[in-house]
Design a protein around this ligand. Structure first.
Ligand code: BGC
Length: 370
């Protein structure tokens, strides 16, 4: 079977013939890959800035955003049968018994850094035709998600981040953005960025009743801006409107959901976080060198306004399950906008242009099978 593999020593990414995986335990399933999304992490692996092959191997099969169909199920593969549409989780726990997070099944909070991630970190990924996995890392999807199910994994990033934000804001008993009739309805969120993780986050925030503004580089005439307005959110171009103006116009910001990986923009936005507000980072910046920030002002704000800042990476099984439910709700609410998040599907052999980041649009997908 074919696979897209990164060879770090040769600094080359190429299509290889890989051996078909076989079930090795009764609790595993074999899946045929249908779609694999390309994200910023894949582009970093493609340029050898990130990622690592499995121990003892010279290449990494790339890809971690999947949509697949079960083609074989072991007798103990709980909850899955042949024909099921599914998405595979990304991270697997570290082997260290002292890691409290992994031991508790929360490898997205791994304490040792010894976790592996399929298609990213020391474990083969999904840019191939067939994969085998333990059923507990495979989440069944409704058939109705066939065309857009590849968006589940990026949506899980928003699901985890916003679930965490909700949990920490439970410290404010009056803050109930999703509950109709509650005074919190109308809580204000600003999304930084307009990539897939940002736009899926904006959809989730709108679903939860947040007054949402998406703040990004693209001009207000860009199709992404139009898509944002279609969600009932506002779009603000960072080249046209400085952040202080946005903050003045929008009113106090209850939540900033950062999904750009652009540190200067993020730290500037932190200055405009409202009283009792929460700021969540999901973007991973490349190393571009130090920037200067008004640390006294930020620290004063954090203390005197009870603000909270946290980062969020990866996602647990619960986030994949809620993503499946929410993506179906997005489709009902915005039947035209959701499929438009997928700009183009490419054959597996045509991986170069999407991985090199040469193509405009939102989400590029490698289409492997039907
Ligand atoms: C993936 C996460 C992963 C992270 C860091 C992201 O692109 O979506 O699952 O944990 O990269 O490797």
């Amino acid at each position: 079977m074919k696979a897209v593999a990164a060879f770090p020593k040769e600094r080359r990414v190429r299509l290889i013939d890989a051996e078909e995986p076989k079930l090795a335990s009764p609790s595993q399933v074999k899946l045929k890959i249908l779609d694999v999304g390309v994200c910023g992490t894949d582009k970093e692996i493609y340029s050898f800035a990130y990622g690592a092959p499995p121990d003892g191997e010279d290449h990494l099969i790339m890809g971690h955003e999947s949509l697949a169909r079960v083609v074989e199920a072991g007798p103990e593969a709980a909850g899955l049968k042949v024909g099921d549409l599914a998405v595979l989780m990304v991270r697997r726990p570290c082997p260290d018994p002292a890691c409290r997070a992994c031991a508790a099944g929360h490898q997205d909070f791994c304490e040792t850094g010894g976790f592996v991630e399929r298609g990213i970190n020391r474990r083969r990924g999904y840019m191939t035709e067939l994969v085998v996995e333990e059923a507990k890392y495979v989440v069944k999807l409704p058939k109705a998600l066939k065309d857009v199910g590849v968006l589940i994994e990026p949506l899980t990033i928003a699901e985890k981040a916003l679930a965490e934000a909700r949990r920490v804001q439970a410290r404010l008993p009056w803050f109930k953005p999703g509950v109709k009739g509650e005074p919190g309805l109308g809580a204000r969120a600003v999304v930084l960025g307009a990539g897939p993780v940002a736009l899926l986050g904006a959809m989730l925030l709108r679903l939860e009743g947040f007054t949402t503004a998406v703040y990004s580089l693209e001009p207000s005439t860009d199709p992404k801006a139009e898509l944002v307005r279609g969600l009932g959110a506002s779009y603000v171009c960072s080249r046209e409107t400085p952040l202080d103006e946005l903050a003045k116009k929008a009113g106090p910001i209850d939540l900033v959901y950062e999904a750009t990986g652009a540190a200067p923009l993020a730290f500037e936005a932190l200055e405009f976080l409202g009283t009792n507000g929460v700021f969540v980072f999901t973007g991973v910046p490349g190393r571009k060198g130090p920037i200067s920030v008004d640390a006294d002002r930020l620290m004063r704000g954090l203390v005197l306004q009870n603000q909270l800042v946290f980062g969020s990476v990866n996602a647990p099984r619960a986030a994949f399950e809620s993503a499946a439910k929410d993506l179906a709700s997005f489709l009902k609410a915005w039947p035209l906008a959701v499929p438009r998040l997928i700009t183009q599907r490419h054959a597996l052999a045509d991986f170069e242009a999407p991985l090199a980041g040469r193509l405009p649009g939102i989400k590029h997908v490698l289409h492997v099978g039907d």
